[in-house]
Design a protein around this ligand. Structure first.
Ligand SMILES: [Cu+2]
Length: 183
């Protein structure tokens, strides 16, 4: 079996975006009536650093999604909040009211998160149009798929605690269950 050691992270505390927009003003030269306000916050992309990944047949070395089974070599957030019971892990997670297409599906959106490995290790980063906030994703299952598309590893996404920070992070998790899509 695969021994996965993993470090997935969203890299930030839910309350602390990495970047935030300043005050919106009119675009230079814009003379129309519209006046945009609000904020845009940037939370981190996903970064990963893993070992013990599937090297079978070299399929995940440079994945060709046209010929591989669905989800081959994939790394995805799934809807479930457990890694204990397969039936409860659920399908891909995204907020369908904000991101209409499954960002984790093969090809449909033109993007799917995957790992590429020759020796069972992989690292990198990716963004996914989940429509989800960090707190939406907190507690959900991160799934690693093998070269045949099967699920080979699972970890729950937890609040990041910097080394030495033993504060209890009590974020509330107020997503609406009707609000996300699964496949
Ligand atoms: Cu998956």
């Amino acid at each position: 079996m695969f021994a996965i050691s993993s470090a997935f992270s969203l890299g930030q505390c839910a309350a602390n975006p990495e970047l935030v927009s300043g005050t919106f003003g009119p675009y230079p030269g814009y003379t129309g009536d519209l006046s945009v306000s609000g904020t845009v916050s940037m939370y981190s992309i996903f970064t990963f650093d893993m070992s013990g990944l599937d090297t079978a047949g070299g399929a995940c070395t440079n994945p060709d999604f046209a010929t591989l089974p669905g989800n081959a070599c994939g790394i995805h957030i799934h809807a479930g909040t457990t890694c204990d019971t397969a039936a409860d892990v659920g399908g891909h997670y995204w907020v369908s009211t904000k991101a209409p297409l499954d960002p984790w599906s093969d090809g449909e959106v033109g993007y799917v998160a995957f790992y590429s490995t020759t020796d069972g290790t992989a690292s990198g980063s990716f963004a996914a149009k989940t429509g989800a906030t960090t707190s939406d994703i907190k507690g959900r299952a991160f799934i690693v798929h093998g070269a045949d598309g099967g699920r080979i590893a699972c970890a729950l996404m937890e609040a990041y605690s910097p080394p030495g920070d033993d504060d209890d992070d009590d974020d509330d998790d107020d997503y609406d269950d009707d609000d996300f899509g699964t496949e």
